[in-house]
Design a protein around this ligand. Structure first.
Ligand code: HEM
Length: 122
């Protein structure tokens, strides 16, 4: 069987799956010297809820992200390319922790890649 007609959301194991991935992602951020400082003053619960809903929305799940847009959120952070790439690596680790297959991981990254220019050097 192939998964061509399943949403990416369902291949990530739905809402519970996204919660597990984002919890793991937050742990990796907390332990990462390169990235953690960006989040030192952020509200973890706000970030968790917003990131889950955004992922749910872009992967075809039953959610509509109504938070601030990517430019407004990240303006003033002065995020460089290396730090953007590092966050992507931490998200990949979080998906690996949760046994998400490489093809599915790559589809998730493809959904996030278009936001790159909205986030870097703002
Ligand atoms: C594809 C990449 C990224 C996406 C899709 C993304 C998305 C988001 C979303 C949805 C939120 C929650 C906002 C809300 O609900 O109000 C958020 C917050 C945040 N993001 Fe990103 N982000 C990305 C990359 C990055 C990078 C590379 C950094 C820093 C290195 C970063 C730092 C932050 C911080 C610190 C917050 C919390 C802001 C606060 O609440 O004070 N993000 N991001």
């Amino acid at each position: 069987a192939n998964n061509a007609n399943q949403t990416l959301y369902s291949q990530l194991k739905g809402e519970q799956g996204l919660e597990n991935i984002v919890d793991s992602f937050i742990q990796h951020i907390a332990n990462d010297e390169q990235i953690f400082h960006y989040f030192a003053k952020a509200s973890v619960s706000h970030f968790r809820a917003g990131f889950i809903t955004h992922l749910c929305d872009v992967t075809g799940g039953p959610c509509e992200y109504k938070g601030d847009n990517m430019v407004d959120i990240h303006t003033g952070m002065n995020i460089n390319e290396a730090d953007f790439n590092r966050i992507v690596e931490l998200l990949v680790k979080a998906m690996e922790d949760n046994n998400i297959s490489y093809p599915v991981q790559n589809q998730v990254l493809a959904k996030l890649a278009p936001h790159r220019a909205e986030i870097i050097k703002r």
